[in-house]
Design a protein around this ligand. Structure first.
Ligand SMILES: [Zn+2]
Length: 222
């Protein structure tokens, strides 16, 4: 099983977090993993299976997909659009839809719910389990370039507050009527990324110059 996207997006809400916000849904806490994917991020199948649901749930998941095989199942929620339909068979890593902020969500993100069979729907999370340690990919590193938009436990009273996630400092601000957590270190990361690109560009130019020199020398010999 892999994360349902390529690249690195910060885990913005872990499994079981914010119990107070989920009590009204009859749950002990958050029943999945949330990642700060900007709108229209390519979502891929975390594991193989059959698409058994592709629907819209206005008060919860928004546009969501459910994929299931003999041993496990996943719900991918708050999507913008689908690239598969009910009945399709998908393989791990196959593009299945684009992310967004549909349904009960306070900012663009991906909600990923995961369950194993036999599914115990009485576990306090409607049968979903914490899949974090089952993912076969290295821990994520840098946050995305733009400000991070995340779901804050469905609680708009976080506005203006500060929070630290994985050692990175964020402030909750409102952008276009949506609550977004912004952080300074992302600028540092952007600078580092741009520096790296500049080095690659310089290397490429140097290589091209050498190739041109060789080509010219060959022409001269002929
Ligand atoms: Zn969620």
């Amino acid at each position: 099983m892999i994360r349902p996207f390529k690249g690195t997006f910060r885990l913005t809400q872990g499994f079981g977090e914010n119990p107070a916000s989920y009590a009204k849904f009859g749950m002990k806490g958050h029943n999945g993993l949330d990642y700060g994917t900007p709108t229209n991020t390519q979502i891929i199948a975390p594991h193989s299976g059959k698409v058994i649901e592709a629907s819209f749930d206005a008060n919860g998941y928004g546009n969501y997909l459910k994929i299931e095989n003999a041993v496990e199942g996943s719900v991918l929620a708050h999507l913008a659009s689908f690239q598969v339909k009910v009945g399709d068979t998908v393989s791990e890593g196959q593009p299945i839809g684009l992310s967004d902020n549909t349904g009960n969500s306070t900012g663009p993100h991906l909600h990923w719910g995961y369950y194993l069979f036999p599914r115990n729907r009485q576990n306090g999370y409607v049968g979903f389990i914490d899949q974090l340690n089952l993912i076969s990919m290295p821990a994520e590193t840098p946050p995305p370039l733009e400000g991070l938009a995340i779901e804050v436990g469905y609680n708009p009273t976080f506005e203006g507050q500060d929070v630290t996630v994985n050692g990175v400092h964020y402030k909750a601000i409102k952008v276009d009527g949506k609550l977004v957590w912004k952080t300074e270190p992302q600028e540092d990361w952007k600078k580092k990324y741009e520096d790296e690109v500049a080095v690659h560009k310089a290397t490429k130019l140097a290589l091209e110059a050498s190739l041109t020199k060789i080509a010219n020398a060959k022409t001269a010999l002929n």
